[in-house]
Design a protein around this ligand. Structure first.
Ligand code: BG6
Ligand code: MG
Length: 214
């Protein structure tokens, strides 16, 4: 039996991956180039600046670090605008139920998201209070696939990493969970998340009783 659950946000709890992609698309278009759809998967779990660097692979133009900072800030402005429309209806299937079941069973719940917008997103979805600890992405030195963010969450929850289950929709996130020594549950497509211990299409397909004392 495991003792704590640690969730990624975008693509696991919140239906926000599409908003990140739309914001990157808008930025690229304004800069005079197009990004292919694979960028949607490539930026999953990847922090803001690293995501920008992936987007900029699709243009020949070089940007200074100051210009990159401005581009990242611009993209974030578009993203923040898009997430203003979020409501509890944007919780991904099963997310609300899973969080409430864990709460009722007194299983500690953490959030390990690369997003600096995690708190407002959770607030808009109405599930902020369902988390015992939210890692501040701004304090993470090494982003996913490094285990740092999942280890920080486990430490704050006071649970040994080997007794934690991590939930992720991104390959980089699954690697982060595995390197942290946790049980990895992939949410999404099996071929994309082949390294995870188990993969389910959504949180609605996960049977919590297999991992936790409910
Ligand atoms: C992750 C997303 O959760 O957060 C990435 O999967 C995103 O696509 C990253 O780049 C950083 O988000 P933000 O909100 O800090 O720009
Ligand atoms: Mg994600």
């Amino acid at each position: 039996q495991y003792r704590a659950a640690i969730f990624d946000l975008d693509g696991v709890i919140a239906d926000t991956a599409r908003f990140h992609f739309v914001a990157w698309q808008r930025l690229a278009k304004e800069e005079g180039f197009a990004i292919p759809h694979v960028v949607d998967d490539r930026v999953k779990g990847v922090d803001r600046m690293a995501s920008l660097n992936i987007v900029l692979e699709y243009t020949d133009r070089g940007y200074s670090q100051a210009e990159k900072d401005a581009l990242a800030a611009r993209k974030n402005g578009y993203y923040v605008e898009l997430i203003k429309a979020l409501t509890p209806a944007d919780l991904l299937p099963g997310a609300g139920e899973v969080l409430h079941t864990l709460r009722a069973a007194k299983v500690p719940v953490g959030l390990a998201s690369a997003s600096k917008n995690a708190v407002p997103v959770l607030q808009a979805l109405g599930v902020l209070d369902d988390f015992d600890y939210i890692v501040d992405a701004a304090t993470v030195t090494n982003g996913k696939p490094d285990p740092e963010i999942f280890l920080k969450a486990a430490h704050a929850l006071g649970v040994d990493p080997s007794l934690c289950v991590g939930f992720e929709d991104a390959p980089a996130g699954v690697t982060s969970i595995l390197s942290a020594g946790m049980f990895a549950v992939g949410i999404g497509e099996k071929d994309l998340l082949a390294d995870a211990h188990e993969v389910f299409p959504s949180l609605a397909d996960v049977s919590l009783a297999r991992y936790f004392q409910l």
